[in-house]
Design a protein. Structure first.
Length: 319
């Protein structure tokens, strides 16, 4: 079988191997694929692998040999799964591979905001402030313990639960919001409605999917309900946030700081208001992408392909 990988670079920029996939089928690998090249590159492919390159109903209709779409991510909204189902095309995704990576990055953002290690290192090495100083120790500004702070978590799935576990080891109080709060909360964690969460949280971290209900939920009213000293962390989806509203809140001191790994458009437009907002740390959607996480993802993709070829597809999202 012929496999076309449309955007392999983010998964494997050169530090992993495609060998196991290449043993299963005849692979053609592209780092990136522009929309106008999708049909040309996939015309002979029975299997397509994509992360962010969209496969619309119109595109799928032009690919008569296509049998299997192996999504190189957990989210699969870039594929018209209904159109694929009508054609009998199997669509599989990969879930769970990035949990440790995302949890770690959530706290990397949080700790950078609370400790400001980068600025202190810059003052020591580039400004020579310590070498020129009179004291054995200094801080650029007061910094604060995570211990005793309240972490609010919106979205209490696998990642949210792991974030809560780590927060408890820091001595934080944890409030969590989930769609079904009828179940008993894990030990040390309390479930809370959004209003209570916003009023109590010193740090608010998002781990929920982007849906019609959650899109743009972080708006002006939402932000004004938070503490003025609160920190917002988003490693989930950029579309959860009204970016102009968040930029205004940061610039006006409505909340204290934000740590973001995702934006509504990626890469962002040059005039995205968050790029120049005060007290806003932004990383380039990298929380999922530790080498270990990417290796786990590669393994899932290989096993998805193997299962499909054996006639027993797994992780199917359009049954």
């Amino acid at each position: 079988m012929k496999t076309t990988i449309l955007d392999g670079f983010t998964l494997n920029p050169g530090d992993l191997s495609w060998h196991d996939l290449e043993r299963l089928s005849d692979c053609t690998i592209y780092d990136r694929t522009a929309a106008e090249l999708i049909v040309e590159r996939c015309r002979e492919a029975e299997i397509i692998m994509t992360n962010k390159v969209p496969l619309s109903a119109e595109t799928i209709a032009q690919l008569p040999k296509l049998e299997f779409i192996n999504v190189m991510a957990t989210g699969y909204n870039i594929v018209d799964v209904d159109a694929a189902k009508e054609r009998g095309i199997v669509v599989s995704n990969a879930a769970g591979y990035s949990t440790p990576s995302v949890v770690q990055h959530t706290f990397a953002l949080m700790l950078q905001i609370f400790n400001n290690t980068a600025a202190h290192s810059h003052s020591v090495k580039d400004e020579m402030r310590w070498a020129k100083g009179a004291d054995f120790s200094y801080t650029l500004h007061p910094w604060h313990d995570l211990a005793g702070k309240t972490l609010g978590i919106i979205g209490f799935g696998t990642i949210g639960k792991k974030v809560a576990e780590v927060a408890l080891t820091f001595g934080m109080k944890v409030l969590a919001n989930r769609r079904n709060m009828d179940k008993e909360a894990p030990e040390g964690i309390s479930y809370a409605g959004i209003e209570e969460l916003l009023a109590e949280a010193d740090v608010l971290s998002f781990h929920c999917p982007q849906t019609t209900e959650t899109k743009g939920m972080v708006n002006e009213g939402f932000l004004k309900s938070m503490k003025s000293s609160a920190v917002l962390i988003n490693t989930a989806r950029g579309g959860l946030v009204d970016e102009q509203a968040l930029a205004n809140a940061l610039n006006e001191g409505t909340i204290a700081a934000a740590g973001l790994d995702v934006l509504s458009s990626e890469p962002p437009a040059m005039d995205n208001p968050l790029l120049s907002a005060k007290n806003c740390i932004i990383t380039p959607h990298m929380a999922w992408a530790s080498k270990e996480a990417r290796q786990r993802l590669m393994h899932i993709l290989v096993e998805n392909t193997r299962a499909f070829l054996m006639g027993e597809p797994q992780n199917v999202v359009n049954q």
